[in-house]
Design a protein. Structure first.
Lengths: 117, 108
């Protein structure tokens, strides 16, 4: 079945880095744009970044631009989010998600990132 | 940037009640508007796409309408399993997505 499984979350100190991964299965990963969406504890959904199906284009929310990098390895069916210079306000559950023409039908289960000293 | 607002931020209703949530965009987004349901501890679920189209497998008590800047999401007869937070999401300025702040629905 179609599945997205995130990993790599954890507790990290402010200013440090973390890389999230998202393993895709059950569909042709290289045919779809992919997103990262986050949700701070008790808060709403915030779109973070998107990458084209072939990795040729990437876009970011202003809140993470210059600090986060989205990438993908289509040979490994894996999406990544490199997060640098982390701040307390980056604490959230991070979801990877598959694009469907302006909507998100397929979501992962999420991975929690906690930025704290 | 396009901003999204939702009202109310929360509501309590009885089982069987008709529930209506509104979503407003800061500029004309045509019908580029989706609605999601999120239950505690779970990922969101797409319910309505393109403002008024019911996603496959979603119960018909859910519906959406509107275009331009004003949109409505309706649950025709609230069920206990509908307890969740509902979010609108615009995609007029692809590939950027913007979510509304959410509306939490409880049973009275």
């Amino acid at each position: 079945q179609v599945q997205l499984v995130e990993s790599g979350g954890g507790v990290v100190q402010p200013g440090r880095s973390l890389r999230l991964s998202c393993a895709a299965s059950g569909f042709t990963f290289s045919s779809y744009g992919m997103h990262w969406v986050r949700q701070a504890p008790g808060k709403g959904l915030e779109w973070v970044a998107v990458i084209w199906y072939d990795g040729s284009n990437k876009y970011y929310a202003d809140s993470v631009k210059g600090r986060f990098t989205i990438s993908r390895d289509n040979s490994k069916n894996t999406l990544y989010l490199q997060m640098n210079s982390l701040r307390a306000e980056d604490t959230a559950v991070y979801y990877c998600a598959r694009d469907r023409e302006g909507a998100i039908l397929i979501w992962g289960q999420g991975t929690l990132v906690t930025v704290s000293s | 940037d396009i901003q999204m607002t939702q009202s109310p931020s929360s509501l309590s209703a009885s089982v069987g009640d008709r529930v209506t949530i509104t979503c407003q965009a800061s500029q004309d987004i045509s019908n580029y508007l989706n609605w999601y349901q999120q239950k505690p501890g779970k990922a969101p679920k797409l319910l309505i796409y393109d403002a008024s189209n019911l996603e496959t497998g979603v119960p018909s008590r859910f519906s959406g309408s509107g275009s331009g800047t004003d949109f409505t999401f309706t649950i025709s007869s609230l069920q206990p399993e509908d307890i969740a937070t509902y979010y609108c999401q615009q995609y007029d300025n692809l590939p950027i997505f913007t979510f509304g702040p959410g509306t939490k629905v409880d049973i009275k």
